[in-house]
Design a protein around this ligand. Structure first.
Ligand SMILES: Nc1nc2c(ncn2[C@@H]2O[C@H](COP(=O)(O)OP(=O)(O)OP(=O)(O)O)[C@@H](O)[C@H]2O)c(=O)[nH]1
Ligand SMILES: [Mg+2]
Length: 691
């Protein structure tokens, strides 16, 4: 039998890189008896960082699902990577969960990625709770962190616990709902039964009262009836407070904050209680409304399950993780894939709990599970009883801008099939052939992102590629309107060729893209040849007049032309279109464009001067800075991508290894005239080499 939907909690662990999500995931599994040993990220022994590259890099790269029981509920907990290069998995997990626990470093407060993903969680209408982690670290401060969270996420961020002790002496938690205190022993190795109830320490009594009052004020905001009774001084029962807390959290009007130390298993039993008590079940969170259909957590209705992650395993084959929204997914059954329109045989269903995976007979509505060996199914597809159109609103993913040309070593077929399987795992990887140079291109969100793909290719599939230095995706555009006439005419025996067109072109807003307007009147060009002219124009735009880069943001108007009843053909009009476009672009004051990146750095305060000086020498424009605690400053700057290709080692040496940065594409801008020459020369050189 499946777990009833009102007894399920789907929870994504979200937060900045290194805030302790994987360690917390590990501790929650341990506390819930899904594992017998508390693994550690440093030793590479956690359940969720199971890949060799995750262990060697000491960071999560892919999401990891674990399912376990706590207090009669089934918790599906998804650990996600904090590194922005792997944001696709964090967003994929948020898509299928009702709730997120944001894990925050108690030294650093609300960091960049946390803030960004908070906004995405808001868009996706997730119930949110915050776990302030790492309270045992030097300079960790729960109350300062709480203030930083309120600054970042507003006044409805409310502590339901406060810690006892601080830094290395942190030893327990005061629960503000019941005004009870808990002490945690600290044996090595960490143990499970480490929590005992104690009296609230005398020196914390006032502080606890103060924060309890703040909490009650916020909770009363959500419920008028509770407010009245609270003001009248009534005793309010645990269940009532928790009920209102859950309502508020479910609707995004309260964000409870709890705390602890993941690596010491301190506070995790309280967090599990809070997940059950404060976070909504799929039933409570409500139905999923899609353009075509509304899905309810009803086991008797037709099946709809959404695949949110595909994992490529060279031995076990493809594993798909799915969330059932309606109906029941059963083993040994058949379902329809509504994207590929294939009938899929569902053989074994898998459930991941701790280090091992087990088999399940079925997953009911609201549940999350896995299935191996489907033929045509991958992330983004729906599995359903009937093959009827259904779509999940797309999640906006960052564009893969870091592009490398690559060369397959050995068996090309094997390299490309394996790469495509890795691409199924991660939609932010782009593979394509460069039209200009014929190079095979692999692009990702960062250099590290692409390197990880190349390593996985070798590790999992034994296929190797070498990367050439990254190339900047320059573009071209025009700045002035221009007109041109294109004529293709050949009369060398037999049937001739004749195509003739007049076009005018003008610049469009940056980012507006390409537009083709047909203004032919009186049939001077027959309608059937007009798409050929457009095709010719588009072909010519693949290679701009300055450096042979693709041209963007141009509007093209076809307003005149002529034809020949016998000699005109699609080919002839296509060539005429290309000729006209090439000439028009040359006369339209063309400009070379380069990608500008938004670089977000977190660096030690005393290195800010050096780092900004260096960014200036890279044509960077600082956009502001912010102290983010722990002696670190966050600096944002806009910098041309071409200046950032080998930044990582430079930042390391500028900051004594303490600096970190992320980079994302912002927009295209014109290349300054004095640099254009150099880029054109480099482009020409490349052409000669590849020719
Ligand atoms: N002192 C202390 N260290 C912690 C705590 N939680 C995690 N760490 C350490 O902090 C580092 C990062 O922890 P992870 O659990 O890998 O963090 P993460 O959020 O999963 O990181 P990403 O997957 O890269 O986003 C590891 O070295 C952990 O051992 C904690 O509560 N106290
Ligand atoms: Mg992790």
């Amino acid at each position: 039998m499946h777990k009833p939907a009102d007894r399920i909690r789907n929870v994504a662990l979200i937060g900045h890189r290194g805030s302790g999500k994987t360690s917390l995931h590990e501790a929650l599994l341990f506390e819930a008896k899904a594992t017998n040993r508390l693994g550690s990220v440093l030793d590479g022994t956690t359940v969720s960082d199971s890949e060799p590259d995750e262990q060697s890099r000491k960071m999560s790269i892919s999401l990891a699902l674990s399912s376990f029981e706590w207090d009669g509920r089934k918790i599906n907990l998804i650990d996600t990577p904090g590194e922005p290069s792997f944001v696709a998995d964090a967003l994929g997990a948020m898509r299928v969960c009702e709730s997120a626990v944001f894990v925050v470093n108690g030294v650093m407060g609300a960091e960049v990625t946390t803030r960004r993903l908070w906004a995405r969680a808001e868009e996706l209408d997730l119930a949110r709770m915050i776990f302030v982690n790492m309270l045992d670290r030097e300079r960790a401060d729960f109350f300062r962190t709480l203030e930083s969270l309120k600054d970042a996420f507003g006044g409805h961020v409310v502590a339901t616990e406060i810690p006892i002790g601080s830094e290395q002496d942190v030893c327990g938690i005061v629960d503000l709902v019941d005004m009870k205190a808990y002490q945690y022993s600290n044996p090595t190795p960490a143990s499970r039964d480490n929590c005992t109830e104690i009296e609230i320490p005398a020196e914390l009594q006032d502080l606890a009262e103060e924060y309890r009052e703040k909490m009650m004020d916020e909770i009363c905001e959500v419920s008028d009836s509770l407010m009245e009774r609270y003001l009248e001084g009534d005793e309010i029962a645990h269940d009532e407070i928790v009920g209102v807390l859950k309502d508020g959290t479910n609707h995004g009007s309260l964000f409870p904050v709890v705390c602890g130390v993941a690596t010491r298993n301190l506070g995790t039993n309280r967090l599990l209680d809070a997940i059950v008590e404060d976070l909504p079940s799929p039933v409570k969170h409500g139905s999923l409304e899609l353009p075509e259909i509304t899905l309810d957590a009803d086991p008797d209705a037709p099946l709809y399950a959404y695949v949110f992650k595909t994992r490529a395993d060279p031995f076990a084959g493809r594993i798909n993780l799915f969330r059932v929204y309606q109906g029941v997914m059963r083993h040994d059954s058949h379902v329809m894939n509504t994207t590929s329109h294939n009938k899929e045989r569902v053989g074994q269903l898998l459930v991941f709990s701790g280090k091992e995976s087990g088999h399940a007979d079925e997953f009911g509505p609201g549940d999350i599970g896995a299935v191996a060996k489907l033929k045509e199914t991958r992330a983004g597809d729906w599995l359903a009883e009937r093959d009827e159109p259904i779509s999940m609103p797309a999640i906006q993913l960052p564009a893969p801008v870091m592009a490398f040309a690559m060369e397959a070593q050995g068996d090309e077929d094997k390299v490309f099939t394996s790469l495509r399987r890795l691409q199924e795992e991660d939609p932010t990887i782009d593979l394509h052939r460069d039209e200009q140079t014929g190079d095979q291109i692999i692009a990702g969100l960062s250099q590290m992102h692409v390197e990880v793909v190349v390593e996985r290719l070798k590790e999992r599939f034994g296929a190797e590629v070498t990367l050439k230095p990254p190339r900047v995706p320059y573009m071209e555009t025009i700045r002035k309107p221009a007109k041109a006439h294109g004529r293709h005419k050949k009369q060398s025996g037999g049937r001739g060729q004749f195509g003739d067109c007049h076009i005018s072109i003008e610049p469009r807003e940056p980012g507006a893209g390409f537009e083709f307007v047909n203004q032919i009147k009186g049939g001077v060009i027959p309608t059937s040849f007009i798409p050929a002219v457009e095709k010719g124009v588009v072909d010519a735009m693949q290679s701009g007049p300055i450096a042979g880069c693709p041209v963007k943001d141009v509007s093209v108007r076809l307003f005149d032309g002529s034809y020949h009843t016998v000699d005109s053909s699609e080919m002839a009009f296509k060539l005429a279109g290309s000729i006209a476009m090439r000439e028009a672009m040359g006369n339209a004051s063309p400009a070379l464009l380069e990608p500008i990146m938004l670089v977000t750095l977190s660096i030690p305060e005393d290195s800010v001067g050096d780092v900004i000086g260096d960014l200036n020498s890279r044509r960077g424009r600082p956009q502001g800075m912010d102290s983010i605690g722990g002696g670190l400053t966050e600096v944002k700057a806009e910098v041309p991508m071409s200046e950032m290709l080998t930044y990582a080692p430079d930042l390391r040496s500028l900051t004594g290894g303490q600096g970190d940065y992320t980079m994302e594409f912002l927009r295209y801008e014109e290349v300054p005239a004095h640099l254009q020459q150099k880029i054109v020369a480099a482009a020409t050189e490349q052409e000669t080499i590849s020719a």
